[in-house]
Design a protein around this ligand. Structure first.
Ligand code: PEP
Ligand code: MG
Length: 556
């Protein structure tokens, strides 16, 4: 029966399709003893599951090709390791069920690998994945990770980690719904990058049965469960009309009286470029280079591999601006070889620039790769550091850039309230600022961006966040330098109008949002943007700020 669930809409559009759940971590199978006479049957079950998983990994490898194929084939070999299988059989012979035997045998093998040195320890994650697949098959629960499907689907998940999302096939995912995650979570960011509708912080998402047809409205945050055929048709018609109207928008970003506001794209790698170019992005305002590092979290990509990826992005905007953020590892983007495993509070730990200053060789390689990639290109390369807290951080980063011989502008992201408050002092060391409003909200409100229940506090309309943005923008203006926004705040068309009024100098967002923002900006003069910004800052809550801006703009 039709019913409506309500979450937070974070990526515009409507998706209609069947629900496929992201498989969650495999639970530990119970350690109950089985009767001896059941052992041969359990051993056969284990053998069949191992063979099926190995065959599946090989089939996926054939489809993926390249480096992924080599990794998947190595995993298939791991699954069929004769010693491991012999251990599974032995355990079953003395009373383990098939799933428990697999679980324990892999645990023993895992401990052996982990103690065997760095390279093998790096394979532990792959081994865990193989074990999870075999145990899931034996238990008859969905495979952990991204669903295996040949048909397009709406992905339901508790939350999505960047490492999961790297494996998603954009031609199959119609939209996302997550139970956790706020408007700045990586699920939201990825949905916007892929241009698919998404709703986050939806209570009860886990209870919607696999295969149920849903309609996801990424603007309102509504998820209709089992919508009628008429309703589906109506939603499709409205979405198509809207898309056609937006497709007609083109050209550089500007207010109706010609105040320029460059509209740039946030990209995670060369794969996001076609959408950015199609949307008419004027450059890249945030290249999240950590996605390059996620393929193998045990070591950094080689300098050559980095040069290749950077060059592709730089070549896409020959005369444009490309702002590259150096590696932002840690917290919600951990990398095995860099991120301490035992931090009590990773979001407040060694992450972003802090990690790079502790591992200068990683920063050096990245900066050198950028310098090589930019050689001979007319592009305006800008390089910025994530999580700059104060002037010393900014100075250390600028020095590292100079030492690497990089001819680019160096900048600092403003993601920590201290950096917004002391933006002028930071600007003594760097040439531009870029507001990372996702983390800035997280740290200003002490509200973890991955926790759906705190979505209210991560709302980028919060007046306190608008104040911090205004501080940074005013400081940059006073220093004659630029201050853009590259956090998700820039992708909300109405908020983009307010940000323009607050004095920011460019807006960078997932490509799919660019036409929406361009259309909204083109409706108002700079003076109207400023009045809307003033009204929003004078409000006491995010809802009031939104309503106040709306009222100012509609009343004029
Ligand atoms: C931000 O924090 O606003 C930002 C742009 O960085 P990320 O979302 O990658 O942390
Ligand atoms: Mg950030």
């Amino acid at each position: 029966m039709e019913k409506t669930l309500r979450g937070v809409g974070v990526s515009h559009g409507v998706a209609i399709g069947q629900v496929r759940h992201m498989g969650t971590a495999v639970l530990e199978p119970p350690a109950t003893q089985i009767p001896t006479e059941d052992a041969p049957r359990e051993q056969a079950r284990a053998q069949a599951a191992v063979e099926a998983v190995a065959a599946d990994l090989i089939a996926r490898g054939n489809l993926a090709g390249g480096e992924a194929q080599a990794v998947l084939e190595a995993q298939a070999l791991m699954a069929q390791d004769p010693e491991l299988m012999a251990d599974v059989s032995r355990r079953i012979a003395v009373g383990s069920s098939a799933e428990r035997g697999v679980y324990d045998a892999f645990a023993a093998y895992r401990a052996l690998l982990a103690s065997a040195g760095e390279y093998l320890a790096g394979r532990v994650a792959d081994l865990d994945d193989v074990r999870n697949r075999i145990v899931a098959r034996l238990l008859g629960v969905p495979m952990p990770g991204v669903p295996d499907s040949d048909e397009p689907y709406v992905l339901f998940a508790r939350d999505l980690a960047p490492a999961d999302t790297a494996l998603l096939d954009p031609t199959l995912v119609l939209g996302f719904v997550t139970e956790e995650g706020g408007p700045t979570s990586h699920s939201a960011i990825l949905a916007r990058a892929m241009g698919v509708p998404a709703v986050v912080a939806l209570p009860g998402a886990a209870d919607v049965a696999e295969g149920t047809v849903v309609a996801v409205d990424g603007s309102s945050g509504d998820v209709l469960v089992e919508p009628s055929t008429e309703k589906q048709e109506e939603l499709r018609r409205i979405a198509a009309e809207r898309k056609a109207a937006l497709a007609a928008s083109s050209g550089p970003g500007a207010t109706s009286d010609g105040h320029r506001m460059p509209l740039l794209a946030n990209v995670g790698g060369p794969g996001d470029l076609p959408a950015a170019l199609e949307a008419g992005a004027e450059g890249v305002g945030l290249f999240r280079t950590e996605f390059l590092f996620l393929d193998d979290s045990a070591k950094a990509p080689t300098e050559e591999k980095q040069v290749e990826a950077y060059r592709k992005v730089l070549e896409a905007f020959p005369e444009g601006r490309v702002v590259v953020r150096v590696l932002d590892a840690g917290a919600d983007k951990p990398l095995d070889f860099l991120t301490p495993a035992d931090e009590p509070n990773p979001a407040l730990g060694v992450r972003g620039l802090r990690t790079l200053l502790e591992h200068p060789e990683v920063l050096r390689t990245q900066l050198r790769a950028l310098a090589t990639a930019a050689e001979g290109l007319p592009v305006h390369l800008e390089v910025m550091a994530p999580m700059v807290a104060d002037r010393k951080d900014a100075k250390d980063f600028a020095e590292a850039c100079r030492e690497a011989g990089l001819s680019a502008k160096f900048g600092a992201m403003v993601e920590i309230p201290s950096a917004a408050l002391r933006a002028r002092s930071i600007l003594q060391e760097v040439e531009f600022l870029s507001l990372g409003t996702n983390d800035l909200a997280q740290y200003a409100f002490a509200a973890d961006r991955q926790v759906g229940a705190l979505a209210r506090l991560q709302d980028p309309w919060q007046p306190a966040l608008l104040d911090l943005i205004a501080f940074a923008a005013e400081a940059a203006q006073a220093e004659g330098k630029s201050c853009g926004v590259c956090g998700e705040a820039a992708s909300d068309p109405l908020l983009a109008v307010v940000l323009t009024g607050l004095g920011v100098t460019s807006l960078s967002m997932g490509a799919a949002s660019i036409p929406y923002v361009r259309t909204a900006l083109g409706k108002y003069t700079l003076a109207q943007c400023r009045r809307a910004a003033e009204a929003a800052r004078a409000a006491d809550s995010a809802e009031e700020a939104r309503a106040a801006a709306q009222q100012v703009l509609s009343g004029e």
